[in-house]
Design a protein around this ligand. Structure first.
Ligand code: DLL
Length: 441
């Protein structure tokens, strides 16, 4: 395997110029593949009057490539199941799906080379955060259609770690396995990690004494203060992991040891950030929706795919030596953002505020309702058992404290409903933190 002591692949430290040349070379191949093999894209090229060979130089990427309309989730749904595939079933060796809240799932496919690239990308990420041959990697996400299970499984195997394919559920057993097998690295959604922590405590086990070193958490938004909690409780370093099925799955972007932004693998993805309203590219470093084009994906060459995720490209060199750009941790999904009384609110903002208040437990829910013409925001918060005295004055004090802290961040007065630990439903995969009931009013 071509890795030095510090990096998994030499591509991680390529010069920026070289990296851009590689992007151009691969983009040309991707455009040709999409044009020649996907009727949907051939039509789109025709509609805007361009051909793949019109993209010759880096300038053409801005001039020509950016005229191609965005691909959106609905395009995948409308072409269900394999309509956007660029290869026949004989070349596809695996599919995964990702379901939204309604309608048909999005089906994604991989050729053998696609899988190879994906495995290496995930291996890169794991190696970057310090996973090595001697580690025991417990993979606590779903192994079926969700890309997180098999995606991480093969990546960790590629490094040579011992993989425990435990999937989700049976949380008490999972904890027992950690102790029995000497697990050093865990992979889960942040919500499930919090649930595991709570379950361990209820079994009389100190999470910090399990012997874990590293936690890889992702697949849903989480906040800096949640990281602090997870690191402290489990006695680990916790890293943010970003990806989406349409771009292989996990392994698109990952934090390095700096824990300050996620390196996005620019030799495999072309990155744009747009204003979600106007579709225009935002100024460098500005916040917007991430748009990705895979550069090495044979089976499903989605062009200018709107991820729906809000972030920005961080303009700084990373002391880890990797040259690939960094994105800020995902601030939220554009369709997760709610506008309450004219103010934009992301559930992850609320999470960050709550997780720094010691009286607040790890679980919460945001409920939006409409009272006449006025939007109401209610945050249901579990209280730490120790402070749940039943004294009215305590309730009032804590409620006011939470309200004040949220007001500072959101400039919005929220109703706070304090509930007992265990009231809010726990989640083994992605949790639903926001319930918007306004539509049904
Ligand atoms: O969640 C792939 C994945 C698996 C990523 C395991 C990380 C770990 P999907 O089910 O297709 O794929 O969901 C993709 O989840 O567009 C984001 O909105 C959200 N998401 C993924 N990672 C993060 C993260 C997988 N670290 C969608 N922070 C994406 C915030 C995330 N949101």
């Amino acid at each position: 395997m071509a890795h030095s002591e510090k990096y998994w692949e030499k591509e991680e430290i390529m010069g920026v110029n070289e990296l851009e040349e590689l992007q151009l070379k691969r983009l040309k191949i991707t455009l040709k593949n999409a044009y020649e093999n996907v009727p949907f894209y051939r039509r789109r090229f025709k509609d805007v009057g361009i051909k793949p060979e019109d993209v010759r130089s880096r300038e053409d990427v801005e001039r020509v490539f950016r005229r191609i309309p965005f691909t959106v989730k609905e395009d995948l749904r409308e072409n269900y199941p394999f309509g956007l595939f660029a290869v026949g079933k004989d070349e596809v060796v695996r599919i995964h799906t990702s379901s939204g809240t309604s309608g048909k799932p999005k089906v994604v496919g991989y050729t053998r080379d696609d899988l190879e690239n994906w495995i290496n990308m995930v291996a890169r990420c794991l190696y970057m955060v310090g996973v090595r041959e001697g580690d025991v990697f417990q993979n606590m996400v779903s192994y079926t259609f969700f890309t997180g299970g098999l995606g991480f499984h093969y990546g960790a195997e590629r490094i040579g770690a011992m993989v425990v394919p435990s999937g989700t559920g049976n949380t008490e057993k999972q904890i027992q396995y950690m102790l029995d097998f000497g697990t050093t690295v865990i992979h889960a959604t942040p919500s499930y990690a919090l649930h595991i922590k709570e379950t361990a405590e209820s079994m009389g086990i100190e999470p910090g004494e399990i012997g874990l070193r590293i936690g890889c958490f992702g697949a849903e938004p989480w906040s800096e203060n949640t990281r602090k909690r997870l690191e402290k409780e489990f006695n680990i370093k916790a890293f943010d992991s970003y990806g989406l099925s349409e771009m292989n799955g996990p392994g698109v972007a990952f934090e390095c040891e700096e824990q300050n932004g996620l390196h996005i693998w620019a030799d495999h993805y072309y990155i744009e950030v747009i204003d979600p309203e106007s579709g225009e590219i935002v100024a460098e470093g500005e916040k917007g929706e991430l748009v990705l084009t895979p550069l090495t994906k044979k089976a499903l060459p989605l062009l200018r795919y709107r991820t729906g995720d809000i972030t920005f490209v961080m303009d700084e060199e990373c002391s880890c030596g990797r040259t690939h750009p960094k994105i800020h941790r995902i601030l939220g999904r554009s369709d997760d953002m709610v506008v309450v009384r004219g103010i934009n609110v992301f559930p992850s903002q609320i999470e960050d505020v709550l997780m720094k208040i010691p009286e607040v437990e790890d679980h919460f829910q945001v409920i939006i309702t409409r009272n006449g013409s006025l939007d109401e925001i209610t945050v249901k918060v579990e209280m730490v058992e120790k402070v749940f005295t039943g004294e009215l004055s305590d309730f009032v004090r804590i409620r006011e404290k939470i309200q004040r802290e949220l007001y500072k961040e959101l400039n919005l007065r929220a109703n706070i409903e304090l509930v007992e630990k265990g009231t809010i439903e726990r989640s083994e995969l992605k949790s639903k933190k926001l319930i918007d009931l306004r539509e049904s009013f």
